[in-house]
Design a protein. Sequence first.
Length: 66
Amino acid sequence: MSKSLSLFFASLSILFLSATAISISHSVWLVLLFGLLSLFSVGAGFIVKARLRRRSEQSGSSDNQR
């Protein structure tokens, strides 16, 4: 994963986690919303990382076979 893409997912996750912490004093629904968004953003980062790693391994193995 490129550094800029990693920075994007890390910043997005920190933003959602901060919003979750701030919304604790306001509303339970906001806490649930931002909590789910933060989990999805962290999960999406792992999914993108795994897919990019798998794609690079497949292209690397096909280059070795030629």
